[in-house]
Design a protein around this ligand. Structure first.
Ligand SMILES: [Zn+2]
Length: 158
């Protein structure tokens, strides 16, 4: 963000609460851009004995993650995860439980991840380039983003 969303002046870097933050130079306006992380909802989807991993368009060829997307206004995190499930792979599902809440500072996000059981016929949404069905025993967590939820799910699965 480069300009103040209230008064359109160019933002300047100023110390605020021990950190440099983009701030409006107009003292009467006082806008500070805190750049808080955005909440992302994610679903570890079990479907017919497999866990579903997806690759979004624009991601590198070998990058797969959980079904995920930004939480939208007016929905609970669980509702958001089920909406993303429908949008990305065309399935209906039910939340089994919350897996955890994870920081993803590289992308300035907070990931709220659920274990979801899904049923029906898979139909990939527009955002999805590729789907992978992985047997749980062959699932290997990756050390960032939604991979942390995969690690926690595997650990509690025993
Ligand atoms: Zn301003």
């Amino acid at each position: 963000m480069r300009y103040c969303p209230r008064c359109a002046r160019a933002l300047e870097s100023r110390e605020q609460g021990g950190r440099a933050r983009s701030s409006c130079p107009d003292a009467d306006c006082g806008f500070v851009f805190y750049d808080n992380p955005l909440p992302v909802v994610a679903a570890l989807v079990e479907h017919e004995g497999h866990v579903l991993l997806v690759r979004n368009h624009g991601w590198p060829e070998k990058w797969f993650g959980l079904v995920s997307g930004f939480l939208e206004r007016g929905e609970t995190p669980a509702e958001g995860a089920l909406r993303e499930l429908k949008e990305e792979v065309g399935l209906a599902g039910e939340v089994v439980r919350l897996l955890g809440v994870y920081g993803f500072s590289e992308r300035n996000e907070v990931i709220i991840a659920f274990h979801v059981r899904a049923s029906g016929t898979i139909q990939l949404g527009e955002e999805i380039a590729e789907l992978r069905k992985v047997l749980p025993e062959r699932l290997r967590p990756w050390p960032f983003g939604t991979g942390q939820a995969v690690a926690d799910w595997l650990a509690t699965r025993g």
